[in-house]
Design a protein around this ligand. Structure first.
Ligand SMILES: [Zn+2]
Length: 293
């Protein structure tokens, strides 16, 4: 595997390759996305950074460094996540983990530099993040720190400002809580009432948003689609996901909307998502959605 093999998040992989090829490596990267996507890109970047004969900004796959990396025993590759963090904190990564990392970074690397991968950086507690600041600013030697996180909200602005940040697309992203709540109440309103204005009022917050209504709407539609697809599969014995497990209204909505109505709703949500991506008016698209459910 190399950066060139990543078909998902191709654009980000290409940007990284260009950076490496141009010798413009930065000291701190942050990748925001789902676990699979971020781990994949983080590891391939680390491998390319450590490679002894990188070809056009990518790992060669054949040198000693690449082979060690593939075997999981590269001395200059340091990895930290909640599970491997020292101490017995089970919900967050504490300051002792960062201190240990800093000790390791003081040692001379075998090759040109260390590459550090911090997975679940959103679980670093405040003290740990503060401790990490200095390393992000002036990493020992030529080392590169790669942070992987689910969302950026949990990271301090001082950490964010020191990293080159990339947002990854996931096959299936865990929606944010607020959006999930909105999609759930919208679905409940749709199941309960055919009245257009009630549906429209429910999703008004998306359009009132001073920030980015288009992005919000896209996120909303993705979340809605996830819920609807789950509803569609329920009669076939599918397990409830973490999105709906504690949602008591789900059964009631399932009863009110028959299988055909749910299938139509999935199509409507998909179509609306496509319109948003194509640049159609956000308000108009959402209005059409309200009418067609
Ligand atoms: Zn190599």
């Amino acid at each position: 595997m190399s950066l060139a093999d990543l078909f998902h998040n191709r654009a980000v992989a290409d940007q990284l390759t260009a950076l490496l090829a141009g010798g413009k490596l930065v000291h701190a990267f942050l990748f925001i996305g789902g676990k699979d996507s971020r781990l994949q890109i983080g590891k391939e970047l680390a491998k390319a950074i450590l490679c002894e004969s990188p070809a056009q900004g990518d790992s060669c796959g054949a040198c000693v460094s690449c082979r060690k990396f593939d075997h999981g025993n590269h001395e200059d590759f340091l990895y930290l996540d909640l599970e491997t963090a020292p101490g017995n904190a089970k919900t967050q990564i504490g300051v002792d983990a960062v201190e240990l990392l800093q000790e390791q970074l003081k040692l001379k690397p075998f090759g040109a530099r260390h590459a550090v991968l911090i997975e679940e950086a959103h679980l670093l507690n405040t003290a740990a993040q503060n401790k990490l600041l200095k390393t992000l600013e002036e990493p020992a030697g030529d080392s590169v720190i790669i942070l992987l996180a689910e969302k950026k909200d949990a990271l301090l602005p001082t950490v964010l400002s020191r990293c080159s940040t990339y947002y990854l697309e996931d096959e299936q992203t865990q929606p944010d809580e607020e959006m999930l709540a909105l999609a759930k109440s919208f679905l409940a309103v749709c199941a309960d009432s055919p009245l257009f204005y009630r549906r429209r009022d429910c999703i008004k917050p998306l359009l009132d948003e001073k920030g980015k209504p288009r992005e919000k709407a896209a996120e909303f539609l993705q979340t809605l689609e996830l819920l609807l697809r789950e509803a569609l599969l329920l009669p076939y014995g599918a397990q409830r996901s973490s999105l709906t497990r504690d949602w008591t209204a789900f059964e009631r909505i399932r009863e009110k909307m028959d299988q055909q109505a749910i299938a139509r709703a999935v199509e409507a949500a998909e179509e609306a998502g496509r319109c948003i991506r194509l640049g159609y008016n956000t308000g108009y698209t959402l209005k059409q959605l309200c009418l067609s459910l």
